[in-house]
Design a protein around this ligand. Structure first.
Ligand code: ZN
Ligand code: FE
Length: 239
């Protein structure tokens, strides 16, 4: 299974999960259709599934056009069935979604929105976290509560430490500025910031991140209780 990172809009990432033998793919959170179509056309790959982490326009904007073009299935959380465009398959928390050679466990991780989910391709140790967990940050709490977001991040923290994190936006550099301001003596973070700057300078994605690095450097994962997590979230909102 190969992952292809597709830049969309300003700072969004959509991801193609490609079965190279069958020449078929899933797309995670297609912000827009065009860059996805261009890539698929070039490589002669057929799109079979659209996986949506949540209903925000910058994650579902390409659904309709892609479905019309490829006749693919749209997959999302059952609680969001009225606000994910073109949804066909309704997922539940802890369900295993399996089609062709694609297999992922679904985690309901509310906080950013009430219906946010993650797709965990556990055999490949990759998780698609949308706008819940970013590299060195977490999503803003729009619909849910601090407690929901805190518990959602906890679910991700429990995964194997070498799990690769694929998130919805390239926010890593801005996020690192906040983390280093609050955690100035973190050597691992300092190392990571050097790597991040190098990648950004060369116009490369800082994604995927490794869960282990996030556990050591991401302040929102390092927060051990709800109170300190909530404080951090407030600080970041005004950073
Ligand atoms: Zn969002
Ligand atoms: Fe987003």
């Amino acid at each position: 299974m190969k992952i292809e990172i597709i830049k969309c809009l300003q700072d969004n990432y959509s991801y193609l999960i490609i079965d190279e033998i069958e020449q078929i793919a899933c797309v995670v959170d297609p912000s827009e259709a065009k860059p996805i179509i261009n890539f698929l056309k070039n490589k002669k790959i057929n799109l079979k599934y659209i996986l949506n982490t949540h209903h925000h326009y910058d994650h579902v904007g390409g659904n309709l056009e892609l479905k019309q073009k490829y006749n693919c299935e749209v997959i999302g959380f059952k609680g969001d069935k009225d606000r994910i465009p073109e949804i066909d398959i309704f997922l539940e928390d802890n369900q295993i979604w399996k089609k062709n050679n694609f297999e992922a466990k679904i985690y309901h991780i509310p906080g950013h929105t009430t219906g946010h989910i993650a797709f965990h391709f556990f055999k490949e140790k990759k998780i698609f976290t949308g706008d819940t967990l970013f590299s060195l940050g977490c999503g803003r709490i729009f619909e849910g509560t601090y407690e929901q977001m805190f518990n959602s991040l906890k679910k991700i923290k429990r995964l194997p430490k070498d799990t690769k994190i694929y998130c919805g936006h390239e926010y890593t550099l801005q996020n690192s500025n906040f983390c280093i301001a609050e955690d100035p003596n973190n050597l691992k973070l300092k190392e990571k910031i050097i790597e991040i700057n190098e990648k950004i300078k060369n116009n490369l994605p800082t994604i995927p991140s490794i869960l282990n690095d996030e556990l050591e450097c991401n302040l929102f994962l390092k927060a051990n209780d709800l109170e300190s997590f909530s404080k951090l979230r407030d600080l970041k909102d005004n950073f």
